[in-house]
Structures are given as structure tokens and as C-alpha cells.
Write a protein that binds this ligand. Structure first.
Ligand code: NAP
Length: 281
């Protein structure tokens, strides 16, 4: 006799476009690896369909969603509430049900912080390069970590000033970025990314010294010029794949209560991207 019917839980990702996303690979692997009856699908959703999609989620049996560009801010007013961290970061990347309420969370911040927390010692000073969506999460995370002096530099100074004003940190002109003294240096620009920016770094080679900790949000390629030059000068490095895996693992935990095996998860993602795995110090 067949056993009782246990419905499979449905999860997914909304964004536009979604062709490059690694999230279905990560979560479906996690379900299989940990024996969870679940499926994670890609739901390409153009901006004009976002509100209707979220309304549909309230009636369809969707247990949780990842949210990516361009919906991370636009989705916030469509929810029943957002976490304190998501509010401070000004963006939501995860939806989960809590007591019948559709809530927004931000695991990009959790994911960014995970490799820093793993190191044990928080940096006292930080330089953040870039002032886009990712930089906002980075600043929220660094303030949570208790980093006392933070500077943000951006190609367009106005954007750096606006972000610095919101978070109460210092804005620096792009031309002056290499003069900033900071223990942690975060690349939150696409410079170094596969494609036309691959050979670029947001900092000159002679910037680096062994006291620096270089953290690149770019994860394809994994060993960006930014990280290669920092490492060659004796600095410690953290790559963007560690952050990507950690933000996904935090989503998985929110939805299932289970912990993904991180080394295996990073290996899976690196293999999927055809990346080398030797950048972590
Ligand atoms: P975004 O909102 O488009 O912001 C991009 C930022 O980079 C802007 O501040 C922009 O400056 C700056 N920038 C772009 N091209 C530049 C150039 N050639 N020279 C100098 N500055 C430049 O993008 P985002 O969402 O913040 O993402 C930034 C990077 O983080 C991307 O590479 C993304 O893949 C990565 N990321 C990784 C993870 C992860 O899990 N590892 C998560 C999120 C994002 P202007 O303001 O002057 O245009």
C-alpha cells in the first residue's frame, strides 16, 4: 500500500532577468542532500507583474521565495512586515511565512557577515567601494559588526554622499580612495566581473599591504584581480562565492530550520561556475 501523501513544498526566486541564477541549483541540491521534500523554481517576473505575483503567492502554496534584482526594494511595501535588518539595509532578498504573515528578510547581509564572523576578529576600520544595492547591505552589516570607522567611495560622489548620510559614515571621492587607511576593504562594484570588467580592479596594485583584509563581492571569476593583487601583497582575502553560499544557506535555514553543509555547497557552486577554488586564504 502506498504511504501517506506528503505534499512537496514549493519555493522559488523572483527577479528579472533570471538566466544566470545559481539559487535553484543550491536549494534543490540542499533539499536532496538533507532529505527535504521541496522544489525550488525560477519565476522570471518583470517589474509590472511584481504586485500581481505577490498577491498570487498569498493564495498558492508557495512556502518561501528569494528576491533578486530589480525587486529587492519594490517588494517591501507589498509584504506584511520586514525584519529589522532588512529595514536597515533598505532591501529584502527573502520571503518567508511567519504565523500566516508574509515577511521580508535580508540574508545578503547575513551572508556578507558570515565569513567575517568565521574569522572571529572584527575589523575596526573599513573602506567600501561602490554605493549600489550591495553596498547598502555591506554598510548595514559592518555597522552591526561594530566597525567603528567606515568610509564609502563611489565613482559618482553624490551617490556615495547619499549613502554615507543614510548610514552615518564618511563619503570619500573616488580619486581619493587609495589614500584611505582601512583594515577591511570591500569591493561592492562589478569591477573584475567576468566579461568586459574582468581585467579591472577598483584599486591600484601598490595599495595593498599584509595588514589588509580584501573582500570581493564579485564571485565570477572567484580569483579576481582585486583579490589576486591583495593576496600577492600578503593580505588576507575573502571571495564573493563564500558570501553567495552563506546568503543561500541563511535562506535555507529560514525556510527549513536546517543547516547546509557549507564546504560542499561552495564546491557545488564553484563547479557549476567552472571556477578555480584556490583563492581562500
Ligand atoms: P549596482 O546597484 O548596479 O551598483 C554598482 C556600483 O558599482 C555603483 O556604485 C556603481 O557606481 C559602481 N560601478 C559600476 N561600474 C563601475 C566602474 N566601471 N568603475 C567604478 N565604479 C563602478 O550593483 P550591486 O547590486 O550593488 O552589485 C555590485 C556587485 O556586487 C556586482 O558585481 C554583484 O554581482 C555583486 N554582488 C555579489 C553578491 C554575492 O552574494 N557575492 C551579492 C550581491 C551583489 P555609480 O554609482 O557611479 O554608477
Amino acid at each position: 500500500m502506498p504511504g501517506p501523501f506528503i505534499p512537496e513544498k514549493v519555493y522559488g526566486i523572483i527577479g528579472h532577468p533570471l538566466a544566470q541564477t545559481l539559487s535553484p541549483l543550491l536549494h534543490n541540491w540542499g533539499f536532496a542532500r538533507l532529505g527535504v521534500k521541496g522544489s525550488y523554481l525560477a519565476f522570471p517576473t518583470p517589474p509590472e507583474k511584481l504586485a500581481a505575483f505577490i498577491q498570487a503567492v498569498r493564495t498558492l502554496p508557495v512556502s518561501g521565495l528569494s528576491v533578486t534584482i530589480p525587486h529587492k526594494e519594490a517588494v517591501m511595501p507589498l509584504l506584511d512586515g520586514v525584519s529589522d535588518l532588512a529595514r536597515r539595509a533598505g532591501a529584502v532578498n527573502t520571503l518567508a511565512w511567519e504565523d500566516g504573515r508574509l515577511m521580508g528578510h535580508n540574508t545578503d547581509v547575513t551572508g556578507f557577515l558570515a565569513p567575517l564572523l568565521e574569522r572571529g576578529q572584527a575589523p575596526e576600520t573599513a573602506l567600501v567601494l561602490g554605493a549600489g544595492g550591495a553596498a547598502k547591505g555591506v554598510l548595514a552589516g559592518l555597522l552591526d559588526l561594530g566597525v567603528s570607522q567606515i568610509a564609502v567611495a563611489n565613482r559618482s560622489l553624490r551617490r556615495a554622499q547619499a549613502l554615507a548620510g543614510t548610514f552615518g559614515v564618511r563619503a570619500v571621492a573616488w580619486e581619493d580612495r587609495a589614500q584611505v587607511c582601512a583594515g577591511l576593504v570591500v569591493n561592492a562594484t562589478p569591477m573584475g566581473m567576468k566579461g568586459k570588467a574582468e581585467g579591472e580592479s577598483p584599486l591600484p596594485e601598490d595599495f595593498w599591504n599584509p595588514a589588509h583584509l580584501a573582500y570581493d563581492l564579485v564571485y565570477n571569476p572567484r580569483d579576481t584581480l582585486f583579490l589576486r593583487q591583495a593576496k600577492a601583497a600578503g593580505a588576507e582575502v575573502v571571495d564573493g562565492l563564500a558570501m553567495f553560499a552563506a546568503q543561500g544557506a541563511a535562506q535555507f535555514k529560514l525556510w527549513t530550520g536546517l543547516t547546509l553543509p557549507m564546504e560542499e555547497a561552495e564546491r557545488l557552486l564553484a563547479q557549476a561556475l567552472g571556477l578555480r577554488e584556490d583563492t581562500r586564504s
